[in-house]
Design a protein around this ligand. Structure first.
Ligand code: IPE
Ligand code: IPE
Ligand code: MG
Length: 241
């Protein structure tokens, strides 16, 4: 059985989960944090090496101020409550997204999480926070342009690898499997560059209901896919090669 090395998840449906129960959207986000905890555990047990979770998009600032505040508060709650345990479990945390516009308290918690766990080796947990694929590519373009203007790089020599190495995900292999919960079938500006050859699995369950069984279901669907990377099916490309 071939387990995807890197699984990326668009954790969607917290609001609908709460609304269906006549509760405030925040209640759904709170349950969503518990589903995050369970997903990290399942990923480790199932042998996934990189787990990327879309926690807050660069477009989510457009939500009502109260909801934005709640989401910021929940990220802080999650790091404060679970960091020590994630570290004990030998998990390395990495944050992708635009850190420059985050408040100082959030930034320092995220930096602390990255620093504390930087030598860990069991699994990488990549948290996409204030993340947007287009924003990430634009920041990478600015970095490359700065190198060109400093005379450190020739514009004609810019290769795909240079772009990849200038993204927030530098050094992280591309996702093999991209899961989105809640039934929506769109990418919502997530990992635009990196998902070039990812397999997409859309699950109907809402994020707070995403459990070990749902994770296994997504992996089962992935096993049945035939990845070709531009070649023909008869060129013998099994999963994971
Ligand atoms: C996902 O759930 C959480 C974030 C985007 C932060 P939503 O809040 O988008 O839930 P729905 O899509 O409104 O149900
Ligand atoms: C994508 O979900 C962002 C996260 C899961 C953090 P959204 O709920 O914000 O996406 P849209 O707006 O429905 O496309
Ligand atoms: Mg949503």
């Amino acid at each position: 059985m071939s387990v995807p090395q890197h699984v990326a998840i668009i954790m969607d449906g917290n609001g609908r989960w709460a609304e269906r129960r006549g509760q405030a959207r925040t209640a759904g986000h709170r349950r969503g944090v518990e589903a995050v905890r369970a997903a990290v555990e399942s990923a480790g047990e199932l042998g996934v090496k990189y787990l990327t979770l879309f926690a807050f998009s660069s477009e989510n600032w457009r939500r009502p101020q109260q909801e934005v505040n709640d989401l910021m508060g929940l990220l802080k709650f999650f790091i404060r409550r679970d960091l020590a345990e994630l570290h004990r479990e030998n998990i390395k945390i990495r944050v992708i997204g635009d850190k420059a516009s985050l408040k100082a308290d959030i930034l320092s918690l995220l930096t602390e999480a990255e620093e504390l766990t930087k030598a860990n080796t069991a699994m990488q947990l990549i948290i996409a926070f204030n993340y947007g694929g287009r924003d990430e590519i634009a920041r990478a373009a600015r970095r490359l342009a700065a190198r060109v203007s400093q005379g450190d790089l020739n514009a004609e020599d810019i290769r795909e690898e240079d772009i990849g190495a200038s993204l927030d995900t530098a050094g992280i292999p591309d996702p093999d499997l991209l899961i989105r919960t809640s039934g929506e079938q769109r990418i919502s500006n997530f990992l635009l560059w990196q998902a070039a050859y990812a397999e997409f699995v859309f699950l109907p369950c809402l994020w707070p209901d995403f459990d070990r069984k749902a994770f296994e279901e997504a992996l089962d669907i992935y096993q049945c896919r035939n990845r070709r990377f531009g070649k023909t099916a008869s060129q013998g490309l099994a999963l994971g090669t």
